[in-house]
Design a protein around this ligand. Structure first.
Ligand code: TEU
Ligand code: CA
Length: 565
């Protein structure tokens, strides 16, 4: 069998990325917080899984109002996570295992405790004043405009020292940097080089479309206030800044970049990832993980909607020779199996495997969020005191304490959507605190289901979710059609089954996934028949037969088969 050679093959297209949220990954010293030595302890676990790139959520010095997405010193490791020597050791241990490290670049904003901001707020003529965005209040002395913060309330806070307001799209302790100031951009490029020169292999760029602000920052309309990210994103200089960053920094290293494309429409996508643009390698679109959200409210979703999102993403990402990502959750979203699968005891493993089959056989570089390879589930969040996340706590004040929304309605939605669901400690074993820490109280409670769901028992069980991930990762790595092949949705309107082909040269694969608890069928393309089965989440006797022209699917069954052209 011959295989057509893919256009522009690259290591980061073939990679499997694993996201580590360091405070919840592994605690090595018993203080209840994960840390870098803890990550080093688990590198063999990750390399056995087949991971070759790690994306590390922020590891920098920070007062942690937003768990590290508020950076106080971009060149320093958070002391609870370890030292710079620990970081260097992480890099060298990863290198020995042929793994690469991608770090988080959070430069839309810094912490208000960053030296730049401490200077900036001193006086209007401080040399750092223009590192941030300061404005006078409106004629009533209120905020300069009606911009809203993503963490509730106004996006402006008044600073008594000079009587002016500063802009913060997130918490008041996360002031937005002023990218129009060339000195800000130079500082950012310099800190990027600092980490690249140590050997990091790229960046995940936090809310990167927000760095260029709209000229004059006009008032938002009520519709814009409903989803302000679209009004904030994509300011007129975004592409200039990214191209400059590429010229000054990225083009000098063999690295990958992935932008968190908060507020980016499909139409705007090619300008960011198009092959000749020299901006970003790929972006995270939020349409899929947010398909059942209306503001903070949880809504319903259907399979045809999900397929349509993928079609739109592919057109946008690949239209001009770009590349994309595939992911079902991250540290800002609920657990994949609880969100898109069925996390009841009966269906959890099968549906987690079915979702993984989709993730690794769709187009784009796959990003596994820590614990998803075990089919970890949402946390039973019941009372407001069960939450840690600043986003929820502030929304509670704005919505419930103010009397606009009932506590019940609020808690019912957030229990399903909260970012905290993904932030509970990794479940390593059935030991106390899931083997995450020897402390009596970890920073966040361990999910009570850890005795059933943990890495140790899954590593010992060849039928576990963990081993299914291993197989999928190995299959994708060995199969150019699953990485570079064309995608064709076989039944866009089917509400129960997701079936599609991936083809490259004369390699033809078909994937069929049953998203229900009932038996279903998937039709092959006309004239095609099954040649062989590459993978199924059911035992062999329930896999499709050779020559079959229709695939019978058990509840939550997922299969990857080779087919005749
Ligand atoms: O997230 C921005 C974002 O996409 C949103 O999910 C955000 O978390 C919020 O839910 C909007 O309502 C990035 C980081 O991933 C997130 O952890 C940070 O809190 C945020 O930026 C600020 O740095
Ligand atoms: Ca620790």
């Amino acid at each position: 069998m011959s295989t057509a050679s893919p256009e522009h093959p690259t290591w980061w297209k073939e990679a499997t990325v694993y996201q580590i949220y360091p405070r919840s990954f592994k605690d090595s010293n018993g203080d209840g917080l994960g840390d870098i030595p803890g990550i080093i302890e688990k590198l063999d676990y990750l390399s056995t899984l087949g991971i070759n790139v790690i994306w590390l959520s922020p590891h920098f010095d920070s007062p942690n109002v937003d768990n590290g997405y508020d950076i106080r010193d971009y060149r320093k490791v958070l002391k609870e996570f370890g030292s710079m020597a620990d970081f260097d050791q992480l890099l060298s241990e990863m290198k020995q295992r042929e793994m690469r490290l991608v770090i988080d670049l959070v430069v839309n904003h810094s912490s208000d405790e960053h030296e730049w901001f401490e200077q900036s707020r001193q006086s209007k003529d401080n040399p750092y004043r223009d590192f941030y965005i300061w404005r006078d209040g409106n004629s009533d002395g209120g905020p300069p405009n009606n911009y809203a913060s993503f963490f509730s309330g106004s996006a402006w806070s008044k600073d008594d020292r000079t009587g002016q307001y500063y802009l913060h799209y997130f918490a008041d302790k996360q002031p937005d940097l002023n990218w129009e100031n060339p000195s800000v951009r130079e500082e950012v490029y310099s800190l990027m080089k600092f980490w690249l020169d140590k050997g990091v292999a790229g960046f995940r760029m936090d809310v990167i479309p927000l760095i260029s602000k709209q000229p004059d920052m006009p008032e938002l309309t009520p519709e814009q206030l409903h989803a302000p990210e679209y009004a904030y994103a994509n300011g007129p200089h975004l592409h200039d800044y990214l191209q400059e960053m590429n010229r000054e920094v990225l083009s000098k290293y063999d690295v990958m970049t992935v932008g968190e494309a908060f507020g980016i429409t499909y139409a705007e996508t090619p300008a960011l990832v198009g092959r000749d643009r020299n901006e970003l390698n790929m972006i995270f679109h939020f349409d899929l993980v947010r398909l059942d959200r209306d503001g903070w409210r949880k809504t319903e979703w259907t399979l045809p909607e999900l397929k349509e999102i993928n079609r739109n993403i592919y057109e946008a990402d690949y239209g001009e020779g770009g590349w994309g990502t595939t992911f079902l959750t991250n540290h800002d979203n609920p657990r994949a199996v609880s969100h898109f699968g069925n996390d009841s005891a009966e269906w959890r493993e099968l549906s987690a495997k079915a979702l993984a089959t989709m993730m690794f056989t769709l187009k784009g570089t796959p990003y596994v969020y820590q614990g998803d390879e075990l089919g970890m589930t949402n946390f039973p969040l019941e009372r407001i005191d069960d939450y840690q996340d600043i986003e929820v706590k502030r929304a509670w004040q704005e919505e419930v304490v103010s009397g606009q929304v009932s506590a019940e309605e609020f808690l019912e939605s957030y229990a399903q959507t909260s970012r905290d669901n993904a932030r509970t400690p990794m479940q390593w074993s059935a030991e106390s605190q899931a083997g995450f820490t020897t402390a009596d109280t970890p920073w966040f409670a361990v999910n009570p289901n850890y005795r059933d769901i943990n890495a140790e028992n899954q590593q010992d069980n060849p039928l576990s979710v963990y081993h299914f991930y291993r197989q999928l990762i190995a299959l994708r790595r060995a199969t150019p059609a699953l990485i570079y092949g064309d995608y064709h949705d076989l039944a866009p309107q089917d509400p129960n089954v997701y079936s599609y082909t991936r083809a490259l040269g004369d390699q033809h694969y078909m994937v069929a996934i049953n998203f229900t608890e009932e038996e279903q069928e998937a039709a092959l393309p006309s004239d095609a028949s099954v040649v062989g089965v590459s993978l199924s989440n059911y035992p062999d006797e329930q896999s499709p037969q050779q020559d079959a022209q229709v695939i019978q699917l058990q509840p939550w069954q997922a299969v990857v088969v080779t087919i005749s052209a």
